[in-house]
Design a protein. Sequence first.
Length: 84
Amino acid sequence: MASTILPLELVDRCIGSPIWVLMKNEREFTGTLMGFDDYVNMVLKDVKEYAVTPEGITETDLGQTLLNGNNIAMLIPGGKGPKA
C-alpha cells in the first residue's frame, strides 16, 4: 500500500537542506531552509536571489531572508537555482 505525504510534511523534511524557491513575481531564491510556519512563510540562510533582467539573470547574495508564503509559486527541494 502506498503511503501519503502531505505538502507541509515534505517541506518539514527539507529543513536544514538546500531549497530553490520560485516566486510569483519571477524572482527566485536559493538557500538553506531554516524553518517555516503554517502559511509557508520561510526563513532561509546563505540566500542567493536571482532576478530576470533584459541583460540576463542577475545574482545577489542576501545572507538570511524571510520569504512571504503568499508570494511563493513553487518549492524545489535540493534545487541549486537557475544557474546550476
